[in-house]
Design a binder for this molecule. Structure first.
Ligand code: GTP
Ligand code: SPV
Ligand code: MN
Length: 595
């Protein structure tokens, strides 16, 4: 080992994993630039990473075509009683799951180096932060963890001899027999992939995948699935939410946390540049929020991550200029297309299609090609500090006080552009019943409508009925200091299948109405589902949008909404007696209002 480890638990765990996985070498990471560069050197030499001539310090990776997204079907919450994992999670008994996985882990790192990555979610040393240690056999994971989390030898110092940490074991599941040449993206077949969580012992075991949330274990596994269980136990919130600061022309600041499902607009909203004059938006986080009630009785949010693992397709100077500026240099790109002059490209990046590309599978591509040039879940990994509109308080351990919660999803019909909850319980009902069309952020069908409560269906580490109750309890504790709750849908389409709302920078118009609601300045009208903008209350100045479109965007069709009720009922029924009575009341009231 290159660094002496003093922590007893860590030493014992390293020995245990070495005995099980049999790596050729063990390397303790220090988070330095030198270490990052050496990972990249190794990856380039192996033919996995392609240096990009047009972007300084940036590399392109192409994954195995089977390993392109999270695998919800193979993600487990393993608790002693199945009821604790609840009806929205896959469950296996901890003892038998560990037996199965140990079978795969046996000798799985042969021919490879085992990296030990000490990392902090949240600023190093802050009382709100959590320390994890990821063991992995993937140098690509090491490099990505450098950007997404705080990897540092300071974390080892903080651990001292006796302090605790969250062990995160990861293997790509592809031992290298001696003499065999490696492939550019080693991984295991889908039926051998396991993304397992043991919340009762704060433990994560991941096997078989090298992609995103399956492999960068600080993110969804620790900061959401394990953290959500801790948060419930300790009375705080770990949520799949962006955090932004919006400043109005008078200088009043609003802090907004918004939960949209994967690939439904968090990164875009977090970095949005308002089309309305005088309004300013700054980014604090684009994916995860940890929120605690402060001494002032308000909810304060931090972003536990230090980078963005953002969806590339659709990102352009028109849609998300701040993301484009964030990814000018020092970026890891995965599954994007390669241009002939050594840059990346993806669908939606430019109006004009390049004449020739190498697609994400390494094949020649021209505009005539039928296949996409970039995978729809192609991603960039970039450090948050590179974002031109990163908020100066993004690393403030005290967090920012949240004024507004927004829930939402991707609905091509039924759900209006924006509405406000009548009160906290109704807001929790909106979160609990959120539905969205599935995206390519998960392996599986795309475009299927499903309930994705609080955008947390894939990420809640315990029974979601209890999670709903936890939200109700938090509201009770916050009282009149609770954030106001809204619901948005940027994705409603016309009969011709075109987006009715321009989205992106024009979403500032919706945020303006929301802020003015908080100030009791903007008008709203009661509908069966919530409070909608009064005619003329949305600032549409300078926007050329047909009035029929606006009408459709704000329409609440009682027939369509009545059809939602049995679906919500069926969704609630799966929770049995774990469903809070207060949500049953909310559904009854919705039914009554619909008449
Ligand atoms: P995860 O990283 O998977 O959690 O995704 P995310 O919620 O951060 O989604 P992201 O902002 O990356 O957006 C996903 C896709 O939706 C991209 O292709 C965006 O271009 C598109 N998108 C985001 N906001 C809007 C919008 O306001 N309108 C439309 N039409 N598309 C949008
Ligand atoms: C998501 O799927 O919500 C993501 C990408 O943010 S991943 O890190 O793969 O989970
Ligand atoms: Mn996400």
């Amino acid at each position: 080992m290159n660094i002496e480890v003093k922590n007893r638990k860590l030493n014992a765990w390293i020995s245990e994993v070495v005995a099980m996985c049999r790596p050729d070498a063990v390397y303790i990471c220090d988070g330095s630039k030198k270490e990052y560069d050496s990972m990249m050197e190794k990856l380039v030499a192996a033919g996995s990473g392609i240096p990009l001539e047009k972007r300084a310090g940036s590399y392109l990776f192409r994954s195995d075509p089977s390993d392109v997204a999270r695998v919800e079907d193979r993600t487990y919450i393993s608790t002693s009683a199945q009821d604790e994992a609840g009806p929205t999670n896959n469950w296996l008994d901890p003892a038998s799951l560990k037996e199965t996985m140990k079978g795969f882990y046996k000798d799985c790192m042969k021919g490879r180096t085992m990296y030990v990555i000490p990392f902090s979610m949240g600023p190093i040393g802050s009382p709100i932060s959590k320390i994890g240690v990821e063991i992995t056999d993937s140098p690509y994971v090491v490099a990505n963890m450098h950007i997404m989390t705080r990897v540092s030898s300071k974390v080892l110092e903080l651990l001292g001899a006796e302090n605790d940490f969250i062990p995160c074991l990861h293997s790509i599941g592809a031992p290298l027999e001696s003499g065999r040449k490696d492939v550019p993206w080693p991984c295991a077949p889908i039926e051998q992939k396991y993304i397992s969580h043991f919340p009762e012992e704060n433990l994560i075991w991941s096997y078989g995948s090298g992609y995103g949330g399956n492999a960068l274990l600080g993110k969804k596994c620790l900061a959401l699935r394990i953290a959500s269980v801790m948060a419930r136990r300790e009375g705080w919130l770990a949520e799949h939410m962006l955090i932004l600061r919006l400043t109005n022309p008078e200088g009043r600041q609003y802090h907004i946390a918004a939960a949209f499902p994967s690939a439904c607009g968090k990164t875009n909203l977090a970095m949005m540049q308002p089309s309305l004059k005088g309004w300013k938006c700054e980014c604090i986080g684009d994916d995860i929020a940890w929120m605690k009630i402060g001494e002032d009785g308000r909810l304060h949010a931090i972003n536990p991550e230090s980078g963005f693992f953002g969806v590339a397709p659709g990102t352009s100077y028109d849609t998300n200029p701040m993301a484009m500026d964030t990814i000018r240099d020092n970026v890891i790109f995965t599954n994007c297309a390669l241009t002939d002059d050594g840059d990346v490209w993806w669908e939606g990046m430019t109006d004009e299609l390049p004449a020739h590309l190498i697609d994400w599978k390494g094949r020649d591509w021209t505009p005539e090609s039928k296949a996409e040039a970039a995978h729809p879940n192609a991603r960039f990994t970039a450090h948050a500090s590179r974002c031109p509109v990163i908020c100066k308080d993004w690393e403030n351990p005290a967090g920012v006080p949240i004024d507004i919660f927004i829930f939402g999803g991707r609905r091509s019909s039924v759900v209006p552009l924006v509405y406000e909850a009548f009160n906290w319980d109704h807001g929790v009902f909106l979160g609990a019943t959120a539905a969205s069309e599935t995206t390519s952020a998960n392996i599986g069908a795309v475009g299927n409508l499903r309930r994705d409560p609080f955008a947390m269906k894939p990420f809640c580490g315990y029974n979601m009925g209890d999670y709903f109750q936890h939200w109700l309890n938090m509201g009770d504790r916050l009282g009149n200091k609770a954030p106001r709750i809204f619901y948005v849908n940027w994705f409603r389409k016309s009969d011709e299948g075109k987006f009715l709302w321009p989205g992106f920078s024009d979403n500032s118009r919706v945020l303006k109405w929301i802020c003015e609601r908080v100030e009791e300045k903007a008008g709203a009208q009661k509908s069966a589902i919530g409070l909608l903008p009064l005619d003329g209350a949305l600032d549409l100045s300078g926007l050329n949008i047909p009035s029929e479109n606006m009408k459709e965007l704000l329409q609440v069709d009682p027939v369509e909404w009545k059809a939602e009720v049995p679906d919500i009922k069926a969704h609630f029924d799966i929770f049995g007696d774990r469903l809070p009575e207060r949500l049953v009341v909310q559904l009854q009231e919705l039914r009554k209002r619909l008449g």
